[in-house]
Design a protein around this ligand. Structure first.
Ligand SMILES: Cc1ncc(COP(=O)(O)O)c(C=O)c1O
Length: 357
């Protein structure tokens, strides 16, 4: 009988709860109001010709490289950051290699890494989900081939100081260090500028979050030109579809739209964090477009109460160290106000003591 590879058979199934997402979507950290109108206009103009041809990535890649200030030879457009992670694993990992990740974090690092047969070593986050740099450094061995770091991290919103990233890059010169900057727009600090100094550094960006294009699937992987030439060898030449390539220049050109959305999210994040404080709910200060909240025992009732009010938030209670936790994405001001009204009602309903005055 045909059998999948042993490493694949050992993988756990991963089913993000995507079915029937009706209501205010604060569960997947997407943009909650949609992309730039310029992108929609470009979509309306798409003709049969680009759909009939295989997509050409290079000219758009040059535009994205110019936008990010990196060499085109060091940049690959990908089918979302998910594919960027997959390509890094395919390029660098073999059975017997070690991969370091700090938990809790984004699930796809472990899945793609384990699928190659490499051994994934999970290191628990430090106090209040801080990045345990010393512990990561202590785990680096001659077998370490990849260290994946979400900065800011999902689901915690925590960040890694630049000086700590540099220590890891220096200590793991024979490993790929992937800094996943999916939430860069809401944070503002990047490792891109370090690529020239560190040939083992890769940075990934996405258009799924601030740009509102999760459904088009476009991301970026940047690294040194020499290493990226290797990554390109395992990539399909047609990994990014023609519609995404047609829309991306418009999305990039409308920076005003992205700036306005990001500003609103950052304001909303502050507003939400203040409100969580007044409701005496424990939360972890976030640099991304979501906040992780410790609800505790009532977390099932909390999720149900929010759902009843038409607001989808994400149960993260099964993530390591996240017992009773829920992750709430932040959207527009109006949506944040609606969220806060619902939060007050639900917290009052599930708390036997009621909400403090
Ligand atoms: C840290 C992190 N990286 C990558 C992704 C996936 O990004 P993309 O939509 O570009 O595949 C996510 C999505 O939630 C994420 O949280």
């Amino acid at each position: 009988m045909l059998e999948a590879r042993a490493a694949v058979r050992r993988l756990k199934e991963y089913h993000p709860p995507l079915g029937g997402r009706v209501g205010l979507r604060l569960d997947f950290n997407e943009n909650t109001v949609g992309c730039s109108p310029r992108v929609l206009e470009r979509l309306r103009q798409v003709q049969f010709e680009p759909l009939a041809r295989y997509p050409e990535r290079e000219s758009v890649e040059r535009q994205v490289a110019a936008h990010l200030g990196v060499e085109p030879a060091g940049l690959l457009l990908t089918n979302g950051v998910d594919e960027a992670i997959h390509l890094i694993c395919e390029t660098y990992l073999e059975p017997g290699n070690e991969v370091l990740i700090v938990e809790p974090t984004f699930s796809m690092y472990e899945i793609y890494a384990a699928a190659t047969g490499a051994q994934v070593i999970t290191i628990p986050a430090g106090p209040e989900f801080s990045y345990p740099t010393d512990s990561v450094l202590a785990h680096i061995s001659p077998r370490t081939r990849l260290i994946a770091i979400a900065n800011p991290n999902n689901p915690t919103g925590a960040v890694v100081p630049r000086s700590d990233l540099l220590r890891i890059l220096r200590a793991a010169a024979d490993a790929a260090v992937l800094v996943d900057e999916a939430y860069f727009d809401f944070y503002g600090e990047t490792s891109l500028a370090e690529i020239e100094r560190f040939p083992n550094l890769f940075a990934a960006r996405t258009f799924s979050k601030a740009y509102g294009l999760a459904g088009l699937r476009i991301g970026v992987l940047a690294g040194g030109a020499e290493q990226m030439a290797m990554v390109r060898r395992v990539s399909s030449p047609y990994n990014v579809n023609a519609v995404a390539l047609a829309c991306l220049p418009e999305a990039l050109a409308d920076q005003e739209y992205v700036r306005a959305y990001v500003a609103e999210v950052r304001q909303g994040r502050e507003r939400l964090e203040q409100e969580l404080g007044s409701l005496k709910l424990h939360f972890w200060p976030s640099q991304a477009n979501f906040v992780l909240v410790g609800i505790g025992e009532g977390h099932e009732a909390f999720l149900g109460g929010m759902r009843k009010r038409g607001i989808l938030v994400r149960d993260r209670s099964r993530d390591p160290g996240c017992d009773g936790c829920v992750r709430i994405s932040v959207g527009s001001n109006e949506q944040t106000e609606r969220l806060i009204v619902a939060l007050r009602e639900v917290v009052r309903a599930i708390s036997p003591m009621g909400v403090p005055a």
